[in-house]
Design a protein around this ligand. Structure first.
Ligand code: NAD
Length: 496
């Protein structure tokens, strides 16, 4: 492990006399200011040492013409403190507006989204008592790179980018998180049976890195069955690590089935910065009424304190909060006649938590972060590049109609160096062979390789494109075919 460099936030020690940690606080929109006020009061009463810079993010700035809801002063503050405690913001509807969360995530390289999904039975009604799952979602890659193209009249595409360093960072973070939090198992979910290169890489990295954590149980599930099992028997799971899109969906399923989505918190972790927030939005429908539940944001504050190395304060806050909801002191959103003894507003709820600082829950399991180190954020390992050889090209063509006339044109591209070996439509091989029943759209992948295999000179590819253009093929894009240490770095066509 020592070949990995650790980038953390120089978290303070867990001793009683922390130095104050500098953080940026964004009070957000809607219920944001109310729940931030309540949360900060609890954190400070518990002894959190925070040196706060207020930062404006959200609606006002969108309206002032900042397309991502953040002004230059905001960026300055975030770059100075590198830790953001953020209340929800309202995203205006309509064009010209960018998601602030996506902007922050991408700008600061917040590669890990960590969402604990916990059921609080018997204090809060749930169909899954005992559920305690943490979803660790990769946050930067996958289909979220935002590289999309319309290529033909009928076909649009979105590029799914998965990188080895990206996989290594998130998978290692999941194992480090499990280790720091005494979790017993990490489950990886992906779909490598279909996406053998992209999701296959994610799974391979999981297997490789998992071997470095012998004390932690490893499990792999295809994401479809994994999602079904998560929804049905969440108690089976502990930490789940997954690429971006699956993680987006899984973390919402997991939060929902706890029975208390309004209590959910999340952390966005990067090598340089981190952001902590509730998972709910700005609830404009109840803003200003003093009835919002501050719990999601408060629990995000607990995650932040652990991250800052103030685990003892985090433990006091979290246990007092558990005791409060267990005592039946509830805001309206989780109130129910069977469990609620006192229905309260935002301020009284915070007061009730403050009154219980130093106490532990009696029925729910108490938490203990006192000995926790902040989860180290490790960089991907530097590795020797594999031997890459150019062995052909997939030429994508736009063509409306049957495959045979297209093949007539494509064959005019054949030369000594390269031959048309295969044509697929939506990944299904339609030439040579093919079934008349296969539905074909106007987007064809045409594979050119030397018939007897072997290396290709890049000039031969350029010459091929010239011949195809001359023949009248409507070229829309190309992908080079490479082998890496002799292994093909491209998918083969499906079909007979
Ligand atoms: P929402 O989560 O704000 O509200 C959904 C429902 O849950 C509402 O009925 C609301 O009253 C209730 N609710 C939410 N939080 C609550 C709390 N703490 N206590 C009590 N009740 C609560 O979702 P929405 O209405 O779809 O979104 C409102 C705005 O929030 C939108 O502009 C959206 O873009 C934004 N949003 C921001 C974030 C963020 O900043 N991270 C996340 C999600 C949505």
């Amino acid at each position: 492990m020592n070949e990995h460099s650790t980038t953390a936030f120089k978290p303070a020690t867990t001793s009683a006399d922390h130095e104050a940690a500098r953080i940026s606080v964004a009070r957000g929109d809607g219920i944001g200011p109310e729940i931030m006020d309540a949360s900060l009061r609890v954190l400070e009463a518990a002894g959190a040492k925070l040196d706060i810079e207020e930062v404006e993010l959200g609606e006002k700035l969108f309206h002032a013409g900042h397309s991502a809801g953040i002004a230059p002063e905001g960026w300055d503050s975030l770059r100075r403190t590198r830790v953001v405690f953020k209340a929800p913001i309202t995203t205006p509807q309509g064009g010209g507006v960018k998601s602030l969360n996506v902007t922050l995530r991408k700008s600061f390289g917040l590669f890990a989204n960590v969402r604990p999904c916990v059921a609080y039975a018997p204090a809060v009604a749930t169909r899954h008592p005992g559920m305690d799952v943490v979803i660790v979602r990769e946050n930067e890659e996958d289909l979220y790179a935002g590289i999309e193209h319309r290529q033909t009249d009928e076909v649009v595409q979105c590029l799914k980018l998965i990188t080895r360093p990206g996989c290594e960072r998130i998978v290692r973070y999941a194992f480090e998180y499990a280790r720091a939090n005494s979790r017993r198992k990490v489950t990886c979910m992906a779909k490598d049976n279909i996406m053998k290169l992209t999701d296959g890489l994610f799974r391979r990295v999981f297997d490789e890195i998992g071997a470095e954590y012998p004390e932690i149980e490893k499990e792999y599930m295809i994401v479809d069955i994994g999602a079904a099992r998560l929804a049905d028997s969440p108690e089976h799971f502990d930490v789940v690590v997954t690429p971006n899109l699956y993680g987006d969906i899984l973390s919402d399923i997991a939060a929902q089935i706890t029975g208390s989505v309004g209590l959910g918190a999340s952390a966005n972790i990067g090598t340089e910065c981190a952001m902590f927030e509730a998972i709910h939005g700005s609830a404009p429908d109840i803003a200003g009424q003093g009835i919002a539940n501050p719990s999601g944001l408060l629990l995000a504050g607990v995650m932040m304190l652990v991250h800052l190395g103030q685990g003892d304060v985090a433990r006091r806050v979290h246990n007092a909060w558990l005791r409060t909801i267990e005592d039946g002191v509830h805001t309206g959103d989780i109130a129910d006649p069977e469990r609620t003894r006192r229905k309260v507003g935002t301020t009284e709820f915070a007061d009730a938590v403050i009154e219980r600082l130093g106490q532990e829950p009696r029925h729910l399991p108490p938490v203990d972060y006192a000995d926790h180190a902040a989860v180290p954020v490790l960089q991907a390992q530097k590795r020797k590049p594999q031997q890459r050889e150019l062995v052909g090209m997939d030429v994508f063509a736009c063509h409306a109609g049957a495959v045979e006339p297209l093949v007539e044109l494509l064959k005019q591209g054949d030369s000594e160096a390269l031959e048309l070996l295969m044509v697929t439509n939506r990944g299904v091989k339609v030439w040579p062979g093919g079934l008349p029943e296969t539905f074909c759209t106007d987007h064809w992948r045409c594979r050119f390789q030397p018939r007897d295999g072997g290396k290709v000179d890049p000039a031969a590819l350029i010459a091929l494109l010239g011949r195809l253009h001359e023949a009248g093929v409507d070229l829309i894009k190309t992908e080079n075919l490479y082998t890496f240490d002799g292994e093909p770095g491209y998918s083969l066509g499906q079909g007979q």
